[in-house]
Design a protein around this ligand. Sequence first.
Ligand code: ATP
Ligand code: MG
Length: 680
Amino acid sequence: MARSFVLKRESAPIPLVHYQIPYAEHLNPQQLAVVEAPNGPALVIAGAGTGKTRTLIYRLARLVESGVPPEEIVLLTFTRRAAREMLNRATVLLDGRCEGIKGGTFHGFCLSVLQRYAQQIGFPVRFSVLDAADAADVVDLLRTQQGFHQSKTRFPKKDTLYHLFSASINRQKDIPQLLAQEFPQYAKHETEILTLYKAYDQYKQKHGLMDYDDLLVRTLQLFEAHPTIRYEVCARIRHVLVDEFQDTNKLQGDLVAAFASVHGNVMAVGDDAQSIYAFRGANFQNIMGFPKRFAGTTLYKLEENYRSTPPILQLANHVLSQAHERYEKELFSRRDGGELPAIVQAPDDRFQSRFVCQMVLQLREEGIPLNEMAVLFRNGRDSYDLELELARCNIPFVKYGGLKLNDAAHIKDVLAHLKIVENPLDAVAWQRVLMLLKGIGPKTAQELIQWILTTDKPYDFDSLQPFKKHVGQLRSLALLLQDLRKGERLASSQVSDVIHYYGPILERVHPDDTEKRRQDLEHFVGIAANFVTRGDLLRALALDPIERSTVEVEAIQKDEIPLVLSTIHSAKGLEYQAVFVIQVLEGVLPSAYALNRRSALDEERRLLYVALTRAKDYLFVSHSVLGYQRSFGGEYFTKPSRFIQDIPEHLAEPWQLVESSPSNNELSTGDPYLSLPSSS
Ligand code: ATP
Ligand code: MG
């Protein structure tokens, strides 16, 4: 029977506590007020670098010092990396006492809830989590099954379809509406697409699969269908704190409300001027509607920027002030001095890359460690040229937001074996595993899967008469799977076994670069060693894919902590002494897709604002005059981004790169030199 619950407000007097941390010395009065806020809902809206994240960290420590059990505090933020970093800092502040705080992403936290209660909504305990590529594969399977691949007119491909389904959930728009607005070319297939959407949903349920969106949606469904479970879960969340609140969407907003539904203690911090995920459904209403949703909200402001020098902030303020949507936001720096940012024009991409390398080496000589410098860009591909140059100059780097290790075919192959052991209903993983066998194509694989899904002995292929000619291969696969199922073996030992079995397949399937892939697999065993069980490993990888270059860099360079390369989206919330924003071009930033929509253009502008406000001391914004793109037939003239055109010279110094002779320059890389700077 459904019961309803009233908000449980603590009325007991707060005991007198002697605080160990001298909060007033570490925080300004506005920040201190947030840290000492009484129970109840609180919203902190403040600009970049004003200490929002720092304040939340002190708030965590303060709550623990006040006697709140750490395991009853939940910290939600955008990446696991960010959450871990915040918890580490809180732990250091308070001699380890904050260690028990639960922290992570919305997806991660929902996963932990669903792992306990999945059966209540008709899922197996060991359901699988699909990453975006897996999810698109499921869609593809159904697309073929339904015969849409034979459509006479162009039918959307798997990635487009998955994107559409996900957008519909995250942006809360129905599919016909999205089709009409964004994919009018596919509008005539509306009925088929809706059929597919339904089939996708049913398929996931039947096979115990959840994609990213399901983690949020199903948690909300669980809470709605089972108020007692909601109460049970949320009664253990005495405080919920959310960083980067501006980038949450409607579902996440609803989850926050649910999490706070028993104790009513919710603190959200964010900056509307840094909202960069509207394209994925981030919803402004979460901030605007917060005080209405949580009656009795106290609003807090933080106004001083501790991060950047005044010239950097002035440039960032200027860029933001040109937005169509007005922001009443003028950040003031606590710091003084500082050099003017530079707007650097390079004749072509190569020059731009050489400039960055040379400048990085120069700043390193001046004492700035490599990992205190970051090169930021709009898309993962914008740094390809630079990566070559960095390698040539022997500068180690790590790249965030680029290719993920688990997107690589060989890693996916290995993972698929673990997945079918974890969840024998995972037909997509079965398909991948079976098709690695010699002579087995999609049709045979499908027939085998039909049999596997209906038998109670899915790993016993001996009785498979119709597949007699494959029986030898199937038997060795069965042996592997049976071994993996035995007892609770460590994740890394299971990965090693799969790699051993997979060795000959690797040679056959990837004859050209077997060695490089084998090395990847070796590293992968090391990664698996961080997890105890197979399930832990699979879920962690699905939620938090490993950046490919992190692994490569670790393997190659251990002598110096590497330079950071990152997409702007992945640099959110972080800061560096020196920041280079490269490829600031029309069609790149703003992206070509945003050019004719005002709101999208504003989002691109905020993206540049986020990039600029990452810098503490040095800021270089660069673009090249000549670009190169094979699909354009080679070189073409580019235009600097509209966001950096007509910037007054008192805000940024224009630099033009020119070639000069080696004797002018102290650095020696054996190259013709760039002269820096040659201001106008
Ligand atoms: P963003 O919007 O980019 O996420 P933020 O508002 O979260 O920024 P923080 O990252 O918390 O800002 O802080 C920016 C920098 O300022 C950090 O290096 C932080 O340690 C420093 N800082 C903030 N407040 C203070 C303070 N009261 N005293 C000294 N340093 C501070
Ligand atoms: Mg922050």
